[in-house]
Design a protein around this ligand. Structure first.
Ligand SMILES: O=C(O)CCC(=O)C(=O)O
Ligand SMILES: [Fe+2]
Length: 239
């Protein structure tokens, strides 16, 4: 698939996300998909603490395949269209953070509304580069919901962690799709009704962004610090 880098960059900065269907070849998707399903099997253990799981209403199991030297994942990084688009969006000197697969099994809630990092400093943000190696479908669930333009709207309002928000848009990425998502954009993942779902996220950030930019995540009911496994702020709607 050929892309118009200029239009893509404009759309990303207007909307806080970019969805590019069929960006990656099916054969590469099949190879990655098999590695991921082999790794997780049917019943992966949860990695987060019970407190995080219940407070955040987010049920995911992460895997960092490049940290284990699984070289097939490097083929995405090596795609010149992929890093060319990243550079157009983030500018020169951007950095790769890590590649993280996030797995959710059937019957789990998905991910509550969040911002990957606090939005108070608009320039300090991560970029999610999400690759979908198999179809997300309405039957399976796990669609990505986001509010276009919310990366410029400041703090995610406190409130019900999963309730619909005005202006939200639902993405149902298919095999081979690429989604770029600004870390300040308000987003969530719908419950998993069948089978399982996962995404593979090649996180990146603009030049000068601290490596631990995503250590604190903003939810509608709290701010959570992953490194210390602590709720650092409870959030409640103004009375
Ligand atoms: O798994 C997805 O589709 C979205 C993941 C997400 O919210 C994130 O990686 O920050
Ligand atoms: Fe996120």
């Amino acid at each position: 698939m050929d892309i118009n880098i200029h239009h893509c960059t404009q759309n990303f900065w207007r909307d806080g996300y970019l969805h590019l269907p069929g960006f990656f070849a099916p054969a590469l998707m099949d190879r990655l998909d098999e590695l991921i399903t082999d790794y997780f099997g049917a019943e992966p253990a949860f990695w987060h603490t019970d407190e995080f799981l219940s407070a955040s209403q987010t049920e995911v199991v992460p895997w960092f395949p490049q940290n284990e030297g699984v070289a097939t994942f490097d083929e995405i990084d090596a795609d010149p269209r992929f890093y060319g688009l990243t550079e157009a969006i983030l500018g020169q000197g951007w950095t790769r953070h890590y590649c993280m697969v996030m797995f959710s099994k059937k019957g789990t809630v998905g991910q509550a509304w969040h911002q990957d990092c606090p939005p108070e400093d608009a320039a300090a943000h991560n970029l999610n580069r999400l690759v979908y190696t198999s179809d997300i479908t309405d039957a399976i669930g796990g669609q990505v919901v986001l509010v276009p333009g919310s990366h410029r709207a400041g703090l995610l309002p406190p409130g019900d962690p999963h309730a619909d928000l005005a202006g939200q848009r639902v993405l149902t990425p298919a095999k081979g799709d690429l989604v770029f998502l600004h870390g300040h954009t308000w987003h969530r993942v719908l419950p998993i009704r069948e089978k399982y779902r996962f995404s593979t996220n090649y996180r990146a950030a603009p030049k000068g962004t601290p490596d631990d930019i995503t250590d604190v995540c903003v939810y509608r009911n709290m701010r959570y610090r992953f490194s210390t496994e602590q709720i650092i702020e409870e959030r409640t709607p103004a009375a």
